[in-house]
Design a protein around this ligand. Structure first.
Ligand SMILES: NC(=O)c1ccc[n+]([C@@H]2O[C@H](COP(=O)([O-])OP(=O)(O)OC[C@H]3O[C@@H](n4cnc5c(N)ncnc54)[C@H](OP(=O)(O)O)[C@@H]3O)[C@@H](O)[C@H]2O)c1
Length: 312
């Protein structure tokens, strides 16, 4: 199949490109720079210059393909609702924490636009309107930690905060659940969805659906050799800044239906193995944020989605 991939140079998109090429697909990736094009071509794909703000480049890529996988990450803070922007600017509202990340525990759940990761709900809604127009579009839902030994999604940010504050914290008793998937398992699922998914399908790229947040905080604390401490909901914003609403989400997730429907079986290491390996690595330690550095710019979330384009 000829597949057009956005975000092809990204953490997840580059794994998707590799997965597709290894399975014999012909891949064209959207790139914004010459460096991106070189990287993509070295991986065996074609590069198409463009951007997701540039409709012409998207149309060109999609119309020359049999399928599209969209993983580009649009960091447009202005796209978020006023409430979300205020919450992010003021470090998260305590009244908004201890909620679900997406309010989607099983595949049939509809995402809640008011959830902490609610911007994804709008992307899902847009993608799932496409089957009515003859496009075989489907959703792959990603958990807050898509990981390998170099990065672990929001946990990379939490590690930097723990290092800066010299304490690894959790909120309340830390029994709230997080979900995770290895990026190669996620990439495999994107391919299976493309090849065998159904129009309007919602798939969960979740290998571990219920990791108590306290376990994550303890792993970070052990490796950084900093104390591990529970903090109150009221103190969460001060400690975690914009990540606070995410930290306290309790979102146990199942991927049972996805595994059954697409015969997807996660096989790569679990989060704790990758997190431990990264924190033990001298290079990674050196690359962690220095204690005096400022936190990274907040990133609103958008949904990664996959859509089949019917052949002309
Ligand atoms: N990583 C995680 O743990 C995680 C967890 C949950 C959900 N997700 C979601 O998964 C998706 C991909 O995440 P990621 O971690 O792979 O992100 P990433 O490593 O930051 O990659 C982002 C990709 O999007 C491209 N991009 C950014 N802005 C663009 C634009 N305006 N036009 C065209 N391309 C653009 C980047 O291209 P350049 O190389 O040119 O910058 C890059 O290829 C995102 O939607 C994210 O919300 C990720």
């Amino acid at each position: 199949m000829r597949v057009f991939v956005t975000g092809a140079t990204g953490f997840i998109g580059s794994a998707v490109v590799r997965e597709l090429i290894e399975a014999g697909h012909e891949v064209t990736g959207l790139v914004r720079s010459a460096e991106g094009a070189t990287k993509l071509e070295a991986a065996g794909a074609k590069a198409q210059r463009g951007a997701i703000e540039d409709l012409e480049s998207l149309t060109r890529g999609a119309s020359a393909a049999d399928g599209v996988i969209h993983t580009a990450f649009f960091h447009a803070f202005s796209q978020a609702s006023l409430a979300t922007r205020l919450r992010v600017m003021f470090g998260g509202s305590p009244t908004n924490i201890v909620k679900r990340f997406m309010t989607a525990a099983v595949e049939t759940d509809i995402s809640d636009p008011n959830a902490v990761g609610g911007l994804r709900a709008r992307s899902e809604e847009a993608a799932l309107a496409l089957p009515a127009r003859g496009v075989k579009a489907m959703i792959v839902r990603l958990p807050p930690s898509v990981h390998d030994q170099t990065k672990q999604g929001l946990i990379t940010q939490l590690t930097a905060i723990a290092r800066k504050k010299q304490v690894s914290a959790y909120v309340g008793d830390g029994t709230n659940n997080w979900a995770a998937v290895h990026r190669l398992d996620a990439a495999h699922l994107f391919r299976l969805a493309l090849e065998d998914g159904e129009a309007g399908g919602r798939y969960h790229a979740v290998a571990e659906g219920g990791i108590p947040f306290r376990d994550i905080a303890e792993a970070i604390g052990r490796q950084l050799i900093v104390p591990v401490r529970g903090i109150s909901v009221e103190d969460a914003s001060k400690h975690f800044g914009w990540v606070a609403p995410f930290v306290a989400t309790d979102n146990p997730v199942s991927s049972e239906a996805t595994q059954e429907r697409l015969r997807w079986q996660p096989t790569h290491p679990p989060l704790m193995v990758d997190l431990g390996a990264m924190l033990r690595s001298a290079d990674a330690r050196a690359s962690l944020r220095r204690p005096d550095a400022k936190p990274a710019t907040p990133k609103p979330f958008c949904m990664a989605r996959v859509a089949d384009i019917p052949r002309a």
